[in-house]
Design a protein around this ligand. Structure first.
Ligand SMILES: Nc1nc2c(ncn2[C@@H]2O[C@H](COP(=O)(O)OP(=O)(O)OP(=O)(O)O)[C@@H](O)[C@H]2O)c(=O)[nH]1
Length: 331
């Protein structure tokens, strides 16, 4: 059985694509720069803030964070929360931490905010950091005021809700959603802890991610930081297939009952659509007029493929794996 799986993998690997060509101009269109306004508001509230918690997706720990953050907000004590650890392959966690430390990021916590994993480490870390640094404009005020920032859909609201569950035994204070851009109201102040009294400022996903390359744009899109239809569900499903094959994560073969690993997204989506019964009637123009034919619904199949991946059913992934094995750029 194992031998068969290995044979399947090596046969498929020979034919796998080595690159995923996308026009850089398209990628720039997926990430509009409309978030600058939010960043300005955040800057103006900075004097109220003792510490910044930046939330990012643990599947892309090294790419996609906003460089403006360090330049404009990075003067405060800073904690980097790498969330969605349940979806990330963290077998090289130490390498990730070393890489980030070389970039000057020292306070890093991996979390799962759905299951409240590691969330309890945050308050003590913030307390120690703020306590050991100058309390900006706070005088004797015992309250801690924390700003939560990050690119869209990384779990900022989920983190706040998780902290409240852990420290206050209270339910949701902020809305959580599977799509980017759920948090709209800027700067609501939410209590997350009584001892010490700690408040968080929730922000919308106002930080435009850093799109250093087409690949970074695709990774961010795969993690759901931009609405799928802006990229195109089928393009994104194709990038997912390309990524899974390159990382030898072939769980999709079994999940969808395919004959084997395959690098052709049309064939894969066709099989997915047929298997899930996602067919559609389309009009086809023939010499004798329009004819209705039943065809696979490729978009619906692509959505299912993406949803299945994002729910973790195809296994954990480290989308920045290649970067871990190349030296970091100068900070
Ligand atoms: N698997 C997993 N899903 C998570 C985790 N944290 C959050 N999510 C899910 O990720 C999605 C986005 O979470 P939000 O908390 O709304 O993210 P946000 O950063 O506040 O989003 P914006 O308001 O768009 O900026 C939701 O579907 C959450 O349930 C996690 O640790 N693991």
């Amino acid at each position: 059985m194992r031998g068969t799986a290995r044979a399947l993998r090596s046969a498929a690997r020979a034919a796998w694509r080595q690159s995923f060509p996308v026009d850089g101009r398209d990628v720039a269109r997926w990430f509009p720069g409309h978030m600058a306004k939010g960043l300005k508001k955040m800057q103006s509230s900075l004097k109220l803030v003792d510490c910044i918690i930046e939330v990012h997706d643990a599947r892309i720990p090294l790419s996609g964070r906003n460089p403006l953050f360090q330049e404009t907000l990075g003067i405060k004590p800073h904690v980097l929360v790498l969330n969605k650890m349940d979806l990330a392959d963290l077998s090289e966690q130490q390498k990730i931490i070393q890489h980030l430390e070389r970039e000057g990021l020292k306070n890093i916590i991996f979390t799962n905010c759905v299951k409240d994993e590691n969330v309890k480490q945050i308050v003590p870390m913030v307390t120690a950091l703020v306590g050991s640094s100058y309390r900006y404009h706070r005088g004797e005020n015992a309250e801690y005021c924390i700003m939560v920032i990050g690119v869209p859909n990384v779990g900022k609201s989920s983190l706040i809700n998780s902290l409240r569950r852990q420290h206050l035994r209270k339910g949701k204070a902020t809305r959580v959603g599977g799509e980017p851009g759920i948090t709209r109201a800027v700067m609501s102040k939410i209590q997350v802890c009584e001892r010490p009294p700690m408040f968080l400022l929730d922000t919308p996903g106002v930080l435009a991610p850093r799109i250093g390359s087409v690949e970074t744009g695709l990774k961010l899109a795969l993690c759901g930081t931009v609405l799928d239809h802006l990229v195109g569900e089928e393009t994104l499903a194709d990038y997912l297939l390309y990524t899974l094959n390159r990382h030898q994560l072939l769980g999709y073969v079994q999940h969808y009952g395919l004959d084997g690993a395959c690098d052709d997204v049309v064939s894969v989506l066709k099989r997915v659509a047929v298997r899930l019964g996602k067919m559609q009637k389309v009009k086809v123009l023939t010499g004798t007029g329009d004819v209705n034919v039943i065809q696979p619904n490729y978009t619906a199949a692509a959505r299912d493929f993406l949803r299945t991946f994002r729910s973790g059913l195809l296994g954990p992934v480290m989308l920045d794996r290649d970067m871990l094995h190349t030296p970091p750029a100068d900070p």
